[in-house]
Write a protein that binds this ligand. Structure first.
Ligand code: EPU
Length: 338
């Protein structure tokens, strides 16, 4: 385990922002994580645990220790007639895990195909797309408590999952390093093709009884058509969360803007599309210096070259202000601002 000083984080964040880490260490086994926690007094140190770096915005150099989690492995640990439990180590790429399941006909994560990032980061914000969230297939995870170096198990309830939320982003923030996540997949699939353009994409291909693989392929083609590939254009997926507003506010906006997309969530609340709000404020495809809101999906902020985190943050603030001014709605980042 080598600790680097002043390491550039540019290759480790999908926004492609240049920032330096005071200290940087890669961990390859759970034991290395434990040694790190027990040898250094990490509790008193500023820490950033990195997986794929696909949900962070670095706003400057990081004056602390960056821990890059490289733990690998995908294994079936249990199965019965209807289900199979797959344990994925935190450093596996999320999409490689999805492909592993899809290729074996294990259902439950096909709608989450092609989401960037690593398995260990997925529970942090309960990643979701096309009507699925990881809380739907999540069985348990193991994490190392930074203070003690102890391995602790969290079940679904312990994680406090919500829309792009979990305890690891809130009350337990900075207290644990996720080591592995176990998912309960189904051998008897109950495919969900109702959300977004999945059904339409399958119809176009003349598929009426899709397989797990065909649903995954449809999701991949929708994502590729809308979302920029971070390898080509720096970005962190949706920058903001979709806001929830009261049904009354939704109805009043809807009478003014009949095309406003909204989905009922908890009783009395409707989630509305932040991308639509941002587009209405004129930001879609707009370029501001090295930054901009993507031309196909206004919710995705992009780095056109050498943008700094501060420039992206300025753009995000300007977008928040204009949405607030036009619609009276506060939109908040989904991305972790460091
Ligand atoms: N829309 C616009 N203009 C835009 C973008 C969207 O009018 O510039 C409209 C669309 O036409 C559609 C609605 O807004 O009617 C929703 O758009 P979309 O289906 O693209 O989904 P989203 O709500 O913008 C969410 C997730 C994505 C996920 C997609 C698909 C959040 C914050 N984002 O986006 O997740 O892939 O649904 O399920 O919940 C991510 O979290 O990084 C992410 C990409």
């Amino acid at each position: 385990m080598h600790i680097f000083q002043n390491k550039s984080l540019k290759p480790y964040n999908t926004f492609g922002i240049e920032a330096k880490a005071e200290q940087f260490v890669e961990v390859n086994t759970p034991e290395e994580v434990q040694v790190l926690c027990q040898t250094f007094n990490l509790v008193d140190r500023k820490l950033l645990v990195l997986g794929g770096g696909s949900n962070i915005l670095l706003t400057g150099d990081f004056s602390g220790m960056v821990i890059k989690v490289n733990l690998k492995g995908l294994d079936v640990i249990r199965e019965d007639e209807n289900h199979v439990w797959v344990k994925a180590m935190a450093g596996e790429k999320w999409h490689d895990f999805v492909v592993y399941c899809v290729n074996r006909n294990y259902a439950g994560v096909e709608n989450l195909s092609l989401i960037p990032g690593c398995v260990g980061a997925a529970p942090m914000q309960n990643i979701g797309a096309y009507g699925s969230e990881i809380k739907d297939t999540f069985e348990e995870l193991f994490a190392i408590e930074i203070e003690s170096g102890k391995l602790v198990k969290f079940n679904n309830k312990d994680c406090g999952f919500g829309y792009r939320e979990s305890v690891f982003k809130n009350e337990l923030k900075g207290k644990y390093i996720i080591i592995s996540v176990t998912f309960k997949l189904s051998k008897k699939p109950n495919l969900n093709t109702t959300y977004g353009a999945i059904q339409e994409t399958l119809n176009k291909k003349g598929i009426s009884q899709p397989s797990i693989k065909e649903v995954s392929d449809a999701v991949i083609s929708i994502r590729q058509s809308k979302l920029p590939d971070p390898k080509e254009l720096g970005n962190s997926g949706s920058f903001f969360k979709n806001p929830e507003i009261s049904n009354e506010k939704f109805q009043s906006l809807k009478s003014q803007y009949p095309e406003l997309p909204g989905y009922p969530t908890s009783p009395g609340q409707t989630k509305i599309a932040a991308g639509w709000l941002i587009e209405q404020c004129g930001w879609k495809g707009k370029v501001v210096g090295n930054t901009g809101a993507h031309k196909n999906q206004a919710l995705v902020l992009v780095n056109y070259g050498e943008a700094t985190g501060a420039e992206i943050l300025n753009l995000a603030k300007a977008i928040q202000d204009s949405v607030k001014e036009k619609f009276g709605i506060q939109i908040n980042p989904e991305v972790n601002i460091i």
